[in-house]
Design a protein around this ligand. Structure first.
Ligand code: ZN
Ligand code: ZN
Ligand code: ZN
Ligand code: ZN
Length: 646
């Protein structure tokens, strides 16, 4: 016996609902118009509260409250208590104080690698490197990009760091809120220490080491590195020298304090205190706004906000908006280390200032990851096809699935949905390996234990292994993500590229013409006639653009279309179908899945949810890795349907 789903097959939506009126479903669905309700920090945290403690620990570093509990029941106690062997101190890790010997290293953390001045409006690039805003190279317009062709995304510059030398989009490089805050804390402390130094009449001889000498070669010059007498101790002297532009990023220095009335010990005490104050003031800024713990692999978004890598992953599970500033996040949720490197400056600051705590944080994260891999079995509902960002409604009546859903509700409210498959040979699986992680947003229970649940698709996965648990299927899975937006853009640029695009376009126009003639002969309402008549403002567009394919005649034509043209082709089709009042696009369907989305990232999921094509065709979408690929698949359905229809 297989469980029923309200939408296991689209046209059966109403037919298979035994109890609830369609109103129930429609009302519930309308709360979930995709992409309109970004989760804020409060919601993310509230959700965190709903999760069992065990799970919370797996996902994020425990915070102070959780740490206390941790200390009572966990073998990791020692790690968290640092050097305190007596268990009296609740403070996680013994603080290691900074030494005046590290002064040069500390000042360098805040120096721009390009202009060597301490950061002013530092910007963190997608490659994780930071630079002053004024040091950004001049941006230029990119060509062959139409998807998300926002004014700012068309402007890009070549990364000034040799190790990267990639093209970065100007809009992806926001002013780094956290890095600037830390630089300001340094400046405030410098001002304070400067005033204190005046009282103590403290000054320091600072000399820049000869770079030849640093490299182990005998010095050639002598006059350049004569020591300068600066007000203040080491920290003030070094920072001031850097701020004046007299200290290159790579340069090393030597010091000689001029003791006034104070002894050498007092001087060092003065320095150590100043560093301690900086360390303390900065520490509170280094907690992630999602998990409240010290940043783990800090990633800085285009809007300039920083989150732990795992926390950003969770944010992107729910929403595509930054939970702090609510700006749309341009990153696609790939977030792997090679395409989204951690913020280098913040990482170095943490390594210098809170080494022990950082090591403990990393060890705990690694232990959590290992534990999750050990018991990461996701419950799998073998029932129907579901898509990210789209609602799926389920009627739960089989006992094993009642148990599964109850457990999901007690836990993080998620489970995996996979499409059943008839096994071809013994040992073959009874479901397709790609599926969608669903989150329960609404559940209604009936006295007899049956339930109606409304879910929304979060992300896609591939089942790596599976087994049985209390009667239902469980599996280990890996997440399937899109390539980064950068890669998406270069994919489009490569396919629609100038020369290749030209050639293909000419071929298309010819092919297009032939087909159009045929269509016109066969039926005046042929799709290509419609398509061409709605070709937008061709007279105002450039030569190249006016020649590009906007109405594909064959599936092969889709490859050379811009992503925007693909989107326009698909939404044009939807608009025509609505005019013709096709039976699969009724008000009822729109009530459930929402109006046709104008966001290309959402459109294919919506289209697949409404279009009457075979499940196995729609299933192809789950394995894609770019918006462009999904739009091409949608395009191929349209071509197929129109060929059959006319
Ligand atoms: Zn770069
Ligand atoms: Zn700079
Ligand atoms: Zn975090
Ligand atoms: Zn933000």
């Amino acid at each position: 016996m297989s469980p029923t789903s309200f939408m296991s097959d689209r046209p059966n939506l109403a037919a298979s609902s035994p109890l609830p009126g369609p109103e129930v479903l429609r009302g519930a669905a309308s709360q979930y118009t995709p992409g309109t309700a970004p989760l804020g920090l409060r919601e993310l945290r509230a959700e965190e509260e709903q999760q069992p403690r065990q799970q919370r620990r797996q996902q994020c570093q425990p915070q102070t409250e959780a740490q206390k509990e941790h200390q009572q029941d966990s073998r990791q106690t020692a790690k968290w208590q640092g050097q305190d062997q007596h268990g009296q101190d609740q403070f996680p890790v013994e603080k290691r104080t900074l030494s005046p010997e590290q002064t040069r290293e500390i000042v360098r953390l805040f120096q721009c690698r390009r202009c060597s001045i301490p950061y002013r409006d530092a910007v963190t690039l997608p490659c994780g490197r930071s630079i002053c805003k004024t040091c950004l190279p001049e941006a230029r317009d990119r060509t062959s990009i139409t998807y998300l062709a926002l004014p700012n995304r068309l402007q890009a510059f070549l990364c000034p760091f040799e190790e990267c030398s990639k093209e970065h989009v100007l809009n992806d490089c926001g002013v780094d809120v956290l890095l600037n805050k830390t630089a300001r804390i340094m400046e405030d402390e410098i001002e304070r220490a400067k005033a204190d130094a005046l009282d103590l009449r403290l000054s320091t001889h600072i000399a820049i080491k000869d770079p030849w000498e640093v490299a182990g070669v005998a010095s050639l010059k002598e006059d350049d590195n004569s020591p300068r007498l600066m007000n203040g101790g080491r920290l003030v002297a070094t920072w001031t020298l850097a701020a004046e532009g007299g200290l290159l990023f790579e340069a090393e220095v030597t010091y000689r304090e001029l003791p006034s009335s104070s002894t050498q010990g007092e001087l060092m005490g003065f320095e150590t205190k100043a560093l301690g104050r900086v360390q303390e003031a900065m520490r509170s800024e280094m907690d992630c706004q999602v998990c409240y713990a010290l940043f783990y692999e800090p990633l800085t978004t285009g809007c300039g906000h920083t989150f732990c890598r795992p926390c950003l992953h969770r944010i992107l599970d729910h929403s595509r908006y930054c939970p702090i500033c609510r700006r749309k996040l341009a990153i696609n949720p790939l977030l792997n280390r090679s395409s989204c490197p951690a913020n280098e400056s913040i990482t170095k600051i943490m390594e210098t200032f809170w080494k022990d705590e950082l090591v403990a944080r990393e060890e705990t994260a690694a232990a959590e990851l290992a534990a999750r891999h050990q018991n990461s079995d996701l419950p799998l509902f073998v029932c129907t096809l579901a898509f990210p960002m789209m609602p799926t409604f389920l009627h739960i009546f089989e006992p094993r699935y009642r148990l599964m859903i109850r457990r999901a509700l007690e836990g993080d409210r998620t489970f995996g949905m996979v499409l059943p498959k008839r096994p071809r040979h013994s040992g073959d699986t009874y479901f397709h390996e790609l599926g969608t992680l669903l989150r329960i947003v609404n559940a209604q229970f009936y006295p007899d234990g049956r339930s109606l649940i409304e879910t929304v698709g979060l992300s896609r996965f591939r089942v790596l292994q599976h087994g049985q648990f209390d009667g239902y299927t469980v599996g280990k899975m890996e997440r399937i993500d899109d390539v980064s937006l950068e890669e998406e853009e270069s994919m489009e640029a490569a396919e629609v590229g100038h020369d290749a695009g030209m050639q293909a376009t000419e071929d298309n126009l010819n092919g297009d013409h032939d087909i159009r003639t045929q269509d016109t002969d066969n039926n005046r309402h042929g799709p290509h006639v419609h398509g061409n008549s709605s070709r937008p403002g061709s007279s105002r567009r450039s030569m190249r653009q006016s020649r590009e394919t906007t109405t594909p005649g064959t599936v092969a034509d889709l490859d050379t279309m811009t992503t925007q043209s693909l989107m326009r082709f698909a939404t044009g089709f939807v608009a025509r179908m609505r005019e013709q009042s096709v039976p699969w696009l009724t008000e009822r369907m729109l009530g459930i899945y929402g109006e046709c989305p104008d966001d290309p990232a959402v459109f294919p999921w919506w289209f697949a949810s409404t279009l009457p094509v075979k499940d196995l065709e729609k299933y192809r979408l789950l394995g894609t890795s770019s918006v462009r690929d999904r739009l091409k698949i949608c395009g191929s359905w349209i071509i197929e349907m129109e060929t059959v229809r006319w």
